[in-house]
Design a protein around this ligand. Structure first.
Ligand code: AMP
Length: 401
């Protein structure tokens, strides 16, 4: 077994897993855990070791204390970092800017470069840097690897990456499309050619990562040629709490006429919009129930969501010219059969035919949901970003030795 530790550090939380980088996507990790409310009086640590759950509630002053506590509990059960002889620590880093297009072994210089990208991701990169520094201190002898959410999209063609705003202002301020969820889009798009029985270089595909955050990508021969998230993860599809694409003039209107501050607009569009802002809930299970009970706001929210999703599918079909596969993944994409059905309804003339019985099967590994006659194959492939990060970190760490 080659175990890797994967860390996803937020401003007041750390999500972590220890997993075998050779595991199947559906395998349970050896350890998974979440430290929450770091820096608040009521900190919480939930950790699952070989399927058994342990909980601790006490104040956790900082990220360092949180990780130390988690490692302590793991060690008590014989699965501490020292017991496992970890091959690598993989860190999820949200923004790699234009600098990082591939995972990188972390050294002091790389930490500084990630820190320099904070203006592009003020909500995420500071916590990512904290997590890296703390983990390097506690585990100094293990290679640490940064895996960037933007990496898969670093080589988008300029026509897809650049915005039609003043070039000088955009250039000086790093304003361009970076794209996010790249680890998932790459992980999924790498599995689809095998499902099709084709060489990756010959496959044109659309990947729909529909979770609480949601994004679409167009991938040609293994390279992303477009994606729906933009300079920030606010753009594109309608999401659980984020608005997705809107007219930028709305922001001026809310500021000038409605009198909202820039911070209030930021919170409104990121946390109080999307499905939640329209219906009051952001979970598709609840949304579905509300629709079945005749709730008109829920129905309207759902229609706006599907309409926007179909817009992207249509535009990526044109961008790709020929589409071999459309793949659904993440919480909504893997589980909400009604979303899959409505997203692709009535597209038979474009060679897309969903098989209702296949689509109705429960989520259980990668599977085809199109008919045998469908020219465009439609798949559901579970994503596993932690496994993808573990694989990348392990590959880079072992190549170094
Ligand atoms: P993710 O961000 O990928 O973890 O996705 C989380 C979202 O997936 C939740 O907010 C739900 O909207 C959705 N979801 C999870 N399980 C189901 C399910 N069984 N049916 C419908 N939607 C689901």
């Amino acid at each position: 077994m080659t175990y890797a530790l994967v860390l996803n550090s937020g401003s007041s939380s750390i999500k972590f897993q220890v997993l075998d980088s050779a595991a199947a996507a559906s395998d349970e990790p050896l350890v998974s855990g979440l430290v929450e409310q770091i820096g608040e009086p009521n900190g919480k640590l939930v950790i699952k070791i070989r399927g058994e759950k342990y909980t601790s509630e006490e104040s956790i002053p900082d990220h360092s204390a949180g990780l130390a506590k988690a490692f302590g509990i793991m060690a008590e059960h014989g699965v501490g970092p020292k017991d496992l002889d970890l091959t690598a620590v993989g860190h999820r880093v949200v923004h790699g800017g234009k600098v990082f297009s591939a995972p990188e072994i972390i050294n002091d210089q790389v930490v500084e470069m990630i820190r320099d990208l904070i203006p592009l991701a003020p909500l995420h990169n500071p916590a990512n840097v904290d997590g890296i520094e703390v983990a390097r201190e506690i585990l100094p002898d293990i290679p640490h690897v940064a895996v960037f959410d933007t990496g898969f999209f670093a080589d988008l063609p300029p026509a897809a990456a650049l915005y039609a705003i003043n070039g000088e202002v955009a250039g000086e301020n790093g304003v361009r499309r970076y794209g996010f969820h790249g680890t998932s889009h790459e992980f999924i798009s790498q599995q689809v050619p095998a499902l099709l029985g084709k060489d990756p270089s010959a496959v044109n595909q659309i990947v729909l990562h529909l979770g609480n955050g949601a994004s679409a990508s167009a991938v040609k021969g293994g390279h992303a040629i477009d994606t729906s998230m933009g300079m920030t993860p606010l753009a594109g599809l309608v999401m659980g709490t984020r608005c997705g694409d809107i007219d930028p003039g709305i922001i001026f209107h809310l500021y000038r006429t409605a009198g909202l501050s820039i911070d209030e607009i930021d919170t409104l569009l990121n946390k109080k919009s999307g499905i939640k802002g329209l219906s009051g809930v952001n979970d598709f299970r609840q949304l579905r129930e509300m629709i079945e009970n005749g709730d008109t706001d829920a129905w309207s929210a759902y229609n706006i969501y599907i309409h926007q999703l179909r817009r992207y599918i249509g535009s990526y079909m044109i961008a790709l010219g020929r589409v071999d596969a459309i793949t659904f993944t993440a919480g909504v994409g893997e589980n909400a059969k009604f979303v899959r059905e409505d997203a692709l309804a009535g597209l038979e003339m474009y060679g897309i035919q969903i098989d209702k019985d296949r689509n109705d099967l429960p989520n259980d590994g990668p599977r085809e949901i199109s008919t045998d006659e469908s020219a465009v194959k439609v798949f559901v492939v579970p994503t596993n970003e932690e496994l993808a990060i573990a694989q990348k970190a392990t590959a880079l760490a072992t190549a170094q030795v």
